[in-house]
Design a binder for this molecule. Structure first.
Ligand SMILES: Cc1cc2nc3c(=O)[nH]c(=O)nc-3n(C[C@H](O)[C@H](O)[C@H](O)COP(=O)(O)OP(=O)(O)OC[C@H]3O[C@@H](n4cnc5c(N)ncnc54)[C@H](O)[C@@H]3O)c2cc1C
Length: 412
C-alpha cells in the first residue's frame, strides 16, 4: 500500500488525507501545531462556489494610495512592509489587469463550480450537523458600489455562477435584524455555511484517526526526493520516509517547496475576525458587506465578522485599525449586536495571480503541491483532496490543472 505523508492538517491537508485514504493509500499527517490551527480555524465559514473573482482585479490600480494611507479601507498595505514584498506586489499588479484577472477568474471557476463534489463524501462520512444550507447574501450600501460590481457579476454569470438580485424590501424580509441601510443584495445559489469550520474539521481529524491516519505533531523542515521515495526532515524527530509527500502547509509552504527546487512566489494576505459572543441568532446566513470587505456569519455560539486584507507578512503585530473597522462595520450593520468579543488573525496563502498551486513538483512526482487557496481554501479543500488523490494513485484527472501548476511563474 502506498504511504503518503501530508504536511499540514488544515482544511486542505485534512481533505487530502481523507481522499487519499478513501483511494486506498496509507496516510500520515504531519503538522507543527496540531490540527486546524492555521487559517482554517477562524475564517468566515462560507462555502462560496461563487467567489471566483480574486483580489487581483483592475479595481486595485486607482485604490493603491487608499490601501497605503487610509484608515477605513478593508484592504491595507503596511508601508513598512512594502520593500520586503516588492516582487510579490509587482507580480500581483501584473496579474490585476482586466485580461489576466479574467483568466484567473475563469480558471478558479473550473474548481469552484465543482467544489461541492469534493465535500460531499467528507460530509457523508462525518455528518452534516455542522453545516447549514442557507445561501450567502452579499449586500451593498450604495447604488454606486452595486453599479461598480455589475461587470463582475455579469462575468460570474457567464462562468456559470447562479444568483438572484434582491431589493431592500427582500433583504429586510430575509434578515430582519439588518439595519435598513442596504439598497441591493445578491443571493448566491449553491452556497452554504459551516456552523463551525473548526469543529467540523476536528470531526474530520477524528474520523481520519479512526481510519488509521496518524497525525504526527512535528514541524517539517525539508523535503528530499529520490528514486525510492521521499524523505521528510522534521525539527526534532527522526526523518520520516514516504512514497509520496503532499505539501499542504498553507501560507507556510514556500520554504518547503523551495527545498524541492521550486521557487514559488507564495505570500500571505492577512485577515481578521471579531466574534460577538451573544450574536448567533441574529442572522440566518452569511451576510457579506461589499464595501466593508467582511462577512458576518452566524456560528455556533457567536456571530463572526471576518475578512479584510492586510499585506504585512507573518510577524507584524495585529492592526487595531482593521479590528476596529470590522467591529464598527458589524455593529452598524446589525444594531442589536452586543456582548463581549474575541479577535483572531489568520494568514491566507496567496499567489500573485490568485490561483492555488496544484500538481506535481517540477523536479519529482514524489511531491504533490496543494496550497495557495487564498480566500476560498475552505470551499476548495474537498475538490483539492480529490485532485491530489487522483494524482497520487495515477487516475486520470476530471479537471484540467494546467493553470495551477507550479511552473507558471517561471522555472524557479
Ligand atoms: C479572515 C478570513 C476569512 C476567510 N473566509 C473564508 C470563507 O468564508 N470560505 C473559504 O472557503 N475560505 C475562507 N478563508 C480562506 C481559508 O481559511 C484558507 O484558504 C484555508 O483555511 C487554507 O487552508 P490550508 O489548509 O491551506 O491552510 P491552513 O489552515 O493555514 O493550514 C496549514 C497547516 O499547515 C501547518 N504547517 C505550516 N507549516 C508547517 C510545517 N513547516 N510543518 C508542519 N506543519 C506546518 C500549520 O500548522 C497549519 O495547521 C478565509 C481566510 C481568512 C483569513
Amino acid at each position: 500500500m502506498k504511504h503518503v505523508g501530508v504536511i499540514g492538517a488544515g482544511a486542505v491537508g485534512l481533505a487530502c488525507a481523507f481522499h487519499l485514504r478513501r483511494a486506498g493509500c496509507r496516510v500520515t499527517l504531519v503538522d507543527g501545531t496540531g490540527a486546524v490551527s492555521g487559517a482554517s480555524y477562524g475564517n468566515a465559514g462560507t462555502f462560496a462556489p461563487y467567489a471566483c473573482v480574486p483580489v487581483n482585479n483592475p479595481s486595485v490600480f486607482p485604490n493603491i494610495p487608499h490601501y497605503l494611507l487610509s484608515s477605513d479601507s478593508p484592504f491595507r498595505i503596511r508601508p513598512a512592509y512594502v520593500p520586503r514584498m516588492l516582487p510579490w506586489l509587482a507580480s500581483f499588479l501584473r496579474h490585476s489587469t482586466a485580461g489576466r484577472s479574467r483568466a484567473s477568474s475563469a480558471a478558479l471557476a473550473t474548481l469552484l463550480l465543482k467544489a461541492q463534489s469534493g465535500w460531499d463524501p467528507i460530509l457523508d462520512a462525518v455528518g452534516r450537523d455542522l453545516i447549514d444550507g442557507q445561501e450567502c447574501l452579499y449586500l451593498y450600501e450604495t447604488e454606486a458600489a452595486f453599479h461598480a460590481s455589475r461587470p463582475d457579476l455579469g462575468y460570474r454569470k457567464q462562468l456559470g455562477v447562479a444568483f438572484d438580485l434582491l431589493t431592500q424590501a427582500d433583504i429586510s424580509a430575509l434578515e430582519p435584524a439588518l439595519a435598513r441601510r442596504f439598497t441591493q443584495g445578491v443571493l448566491f445559489r449553491g452556497s452554504w455555511r459551516f456552523r463551525s469550520p473548526h469543529r467540523l474539521l476536528l470531526q474530520l481529524a477524528e474520523y481520519l484517526a479512526r481510519q488509521d491516519v496518524l497525525l504526527i505533531r512535528e514541524e517539517a523542515c525539508r523535503i528530499e526526493t529520490g528514486d525510492e521515495g521521499a524523505i521528510l526532515h522534521v525539527r526534532t524527530g527522526a526523518p520520516l520516509a514516504f512514497d509520496q509527500i503532499v505539501l499542504a502547509a498553507g501560507a507556510k509552504s514556500r520554504a518547503l517547496a523551495a527545498s524541492c527546487g521550486d521557487s514559488i512566489p507564495l505570500d500571505t494576505e492577512r485577515g481578521y475576525h471579531v466574534a460577538f459572543q451573544a450574536g448567533e441568532g441574529l442572522l440566518s446566513r452569511p451576510c457579506g458587506l461589499a464595501e466593508r470587505g467582511i462577512y458576518m456569519t452566524p456560528m455556533m455560539g457567536e456571530l463572526r465578522a471576518a475578512g479584510t486584507v492586510e499585506l504585512a507578512g507573518f510577524t507584524q503585530k495585529r492592526s487595531t485599525g482593521l479590528l476596529n473597522h470590522i467591529e464598527s462595520s458589524a455593529r452598524a450593520a446589525v444594531p442589536a449586536l452586543s456582548g463581549p468579543t474575541t479577535t483572531w488573525l489568520g494568514f491566507r496563502p496567496t499567489l500573485p495571480d490568485g490561483l492555488p498551486v496544484l500538481g506535481f513538483s517540477r523536479r519529482s512526482k514524489r511531491v504533490i503541491y496543494a496550497f495557495g487557496h487564498q480566500h476560498v481554501g475552505l470551499t476548495l479543500a474537498g475538490m483539492t483532496g480529490e485532485i491530489v488523490a487522483d494524482l497520487a494513485t495515477g487516475k486520470s484527472l476530471q479537471t484540467d490543472i494546467t493553470p495551477f501548476l507550479c511552473d507558471r511563474f517561471g522555472r524557479g
